[in-house]
Design a protein around this ligand. Structure first.
Ligand code: ASP
Length: 463
């Protein structure tokens, strides 16, 4: 018989069906046993009476989190005994036949226990159990729905979803790269992308015009707070546009998203607040102000654009200017004449951040599309001419073949989901996150590799 999901059961009142899932609770009495059976959509209450000896025996041997298959009759619950919190709350299933498909050991923690009470390392070690809970399933489901929304929305707006490589070359996004040794080219290394920045710009050179990708980015940074060594961006890039076009594309998408997928949340102000970097710093002393009226109110979504960031910041330790965003960011045309000046701190970039409730949830910029200006910026950032050739010749050459004015933005998807799901940490909205110090206790990673693998890669571990 075809398996029925718990949420569908009320459609089968008076009929015999088969359901399967995990035993969330089992209450055993002398002549009757109650089981709450969980599948992805929710729970169904099963009643096993001591009339069918064999089934009753099997039910008696069952324990929590065993996987069961149950055949039985769908019966309306008596008036007053309905459970409004369950999709199947109007019915109960009277068991005729029960089968244990697989047994479960005793669990390291209760599935529906409040996550905060369980040590996080234990949760991550047994993530597949942690994800059985209602709350975590809900986070994954809603993330899936936001994925679909974004894909459909941007497709309707004329964007193409294009995958870019993970095995690539070091990109200057300001963080440390994760490095992958090449076996075929001994002594050479790939870098994992800190973002698809250069590829998406090259797609603009290719004439793709509107690109997006829901993409993993890898940055080998010291972990703090809600950082992860790999995280997801909703990344986009557009050609023949101005800054205002990117802001309005993203703003409209987010407003639609909240209205459609999160109607319970209130956007504080439409159009979104817009502040220059200097205004934000003067008024709120931070580049990501929390503009909510009531800071405790998790239903309020206070979005703000922060624009006109400075292009350069002085790195005292390295004794050089660094790009505030990345080196491909367009200089504000009004400030270009200041590039030769010694003090570059007043030069503004066409760079913007999207802030939500005090978190930076996105950032981007218009890009430099003139190769001479790009070379000039690399020089200002302290790259020697031979390094510029080695690191960026692909981009400079591409830009010599006709490049459209372009710009884009990337949304920090994990953070956005964290806020939409009203969670306190991005790990709650990622299926398999790493611990605060970048480890995966479930897979036990990072881990040592065999000597054979090291030899093949021509690598030696310093003792
Ligand atoms: N690649 C940039 C980042 O990861 C975003 C952008 O400029 O589009 O921050």
């Amino acid at each position: 018989m075809k398996r029925i999901m718990s949420a569908e059961t009320p459609k089968f009142i008076g009929k015999k069906i088969t359901i399967s899932g995990w035993a969330e609770t089992i209450r055993k009495h002398k002549n009757i046993i109650f089981i709450d059976l969980r599948d992805r959509d929710g729970l169904t209450q099963i009643i096993i009476e001591n009339v069918n000896k064999k089934s009753f025996e099997v039910a008696q041997s069952a324990s929590i989190e065993d996987v069961l298959k149950i055949e039985g009759w769908v019966v309306s619950r008596p008036k007053g005994l309905e459970n409004k919190n369950l999709a199947s709350g109007k019915i109960e299933l009277h068991c005729e036949k029960i089968e244990v498909l697989s047994k479960s050991k005793d669990l390291p923690f209760e599935i529906e226990q409040k996550a905060k009470k369980i040590n996080e390392e234990t949760r991550l070690k047994y993530r597949y159990l942690d994800l059985r809970s209602n709350r975590m399933k809900n986070n994954l489901k809603n993330r899936h729905l936001v994925n679909q929304f974004v894909r459909n929305y941007l497709t309707e707006q004329g964007f193409w979803e294009i995958e870019t490589p993970f095995l690539t070359k070091s990109t200057p996004e300001g963080a440390r790269d994760f490095i992958v040794p090449s076996r075929l080219h001994k002594g050479k290394f790939y870098a994992l992308p800190q973002s698809p920045q250069q590829y998406k710009q090259l797609l603009m050179v290719a004439g793709i015009e509107k690109y997006f990708q829901i993409v993993r980015c890898m940055r080998d940074e010291d972990q703090r707070g809600d950082r992860q060594p790999e995280f997801t961006q909703i990344d986009l890039e557009m050609s023949f546009i101005e800054q205002k076009d990117i802001l309005s594309t993203v703003e409209k998408m987010i407003i639609e998203l909240v209205k459609k997928n999160y109607p319970n949340l209130k956007i504080k102000k439409i159009p979104f607040e817009k502040l220059t970097y200097n205004e934000a710093m003067a008024k709120y002393k931070t580049e990501r102000p929390d503009l909510r009226k009531n800071k405790q109110d998790k239903n309020e979504m206070a979005f703000a654009w922060i624009v006109d960031f400075p292009a350069f910041e002085w790195k005292e330790k390295e004794n050089r200017w660094d790009a505030v965003h990345h080196p491909f960011t367009m200089i504000n045309p009004q400030d270009i004449n200041q590039l030769e000046q010694k003090d570059k701190s007043k030069i503004r970039a066409l760079q913007y951040d999207l802030v939500l409730n005090g978190f930076e949830i996105g950032g981007g910029s218009m890009r430099i599309h003139k190769p001479e200006l790009l070379s000039k910026i690399f020089e200002i950032l302290g790259h020697k001419p031979e390094d510029i050739q080695r690191k960026f010749s692909h981009l400079l050459e591409a830009f010599s073949f006709g490049v459209p004015p372009h710009g884009g933005l990337a949304i920090g998807y994990d953070r956005l989901m964290m806020i939409l799901q009203q969670e306190d940490n991005i790990r709650e909205v990622i299926a398999f996150p790493k611990t605060g110090d970048g480890q995966d206790p479930m897979m036990v990673s990072p881990s040592v590799i065999d000597q054979e693998q090291l030899d093949e890669l021509n690598l030696k571990i310093k003792s």
